[in-house]
Write a protein that binds this ligand. Structure first.
Ligand code: HPA
Length: 267
């Protein structure tokens, strides 16, 4: 039996046997949605392989249960590469998600925008990403499954469904390319000018390793950024973690409406 199978068994014993349809990883400022899940919340600390609760943020709980009529697994926090230098930190948790029966994963994050038409408080659906970190969560994986195609990593089907949900809610959901920088320091203005030349529309410190892992595990993936600031050098505003945390809730309410609408359409 694998570690993921054992952890999934432990979860089923607490949350019930019914398979999970979808996983949702919540970024900064989106914690509220986790608490809306009707079911159980299990602290990461009680789940072997899950990120270390001390470093991974404010709500390190796995919430399993119903949300808008769909059985979901909501991850209240993630471990970032910059916390421990481990690009595959989320692999065990995503393996467990698949064991629980999930077929799709929706990721959310806070990001800086490089596009004048995408402002703080706006959302951006990832059409694709640039792995600007040079890291990969599959380094060390020994099977040929490591050669994951990334051509349609951000699922066209899932993106269309999220766009339909956004439209039904009357919320603008521009699409763009997200560039992953490892952090934890923010980017320099020169780096942001480079990313712009390379075709990036937003920049952030998460999500990309999880997209790679999810595709490796055969999950269908989509990701949405909440824009908390204009990227370095693009506005007079000082960029800081405090600012990110303060601004994330601006987009969170819209993101929650889109996700709820999407789930209702599924359920
Ligand atoms: N850069 C990187 N990560 C971020 C930013 C940013 O400007 N804003 C929120 N997360």
């Amino acid at each position: 039996m694998t570690d993921a199978t054992r952890t999934a068994q432990l979860i089923r014993a607490r949350a019930g046997e019914e398979p999970v349809r979808l996983g949702l990883i919540l970024g900064s400022g989106l914690g509220h949605l986790a608490h809306a899940v009707e079911g159980v919340a299990i602290p990461y600390g009680e789940l072997p392989g899950f990120p270390d609760a001390r470093v991974s943020g404010h709500n390190p709980n796995l919430h399993i249960g119903m949300l808008e009529g769909v059985r979901v697994a909501v991850f209240g926090a993630r471990e970032h590469y910059y916390e421990n230098g481990n690009a595959s930190a989320m692999r065990p948790a995503l393996e467990v998600l698949r064991e629980l029966g999930a077929v799709e994963l929706i990721l959310t994050n806070a990001a800086g925008s490089l596009r004048p038409d995408i402002r703080p408080g706006d959302l951006m659906l990832l059409s694709d990403h640039i792995n600007q970190s040079g890291l990969n969560p599959l380094i060390g994986e020994k099977t040929d499954a490591r050669f994951v195609p990334m051509t349609e990593a951000h699922s066209p089907r899932l993106r269309a469904a999220l766009q339909a949900a956004a439209e039904a809610e009357g919320i603008a959901l521009p699409e763009g390319v997200y560039a992953w920088y490892s952090g934890p320091s923010f980017e320099t203005p020169a780096e942001i000018r480079m990313i712009r030349l390379l075709g990036g529309d937003a920049v952030g410190m998460s999500t990309v390793p999880e997209v790679i892992l999810a595709r490796f595990l055969g999950l269908e993936v989509a990701a949405i950024s909440t824009v908390t600031n204009m990227a370095a050098g693009l506005s007079d505003e000082k960029i800081s973690h405090e600012h990110t945390k303060a601004m994330a809730p601006l987009g969170a309410a819209k993101l929650e409406r889109i996700l709820r609408r999407y789930l209702r359409a599924l359920g």
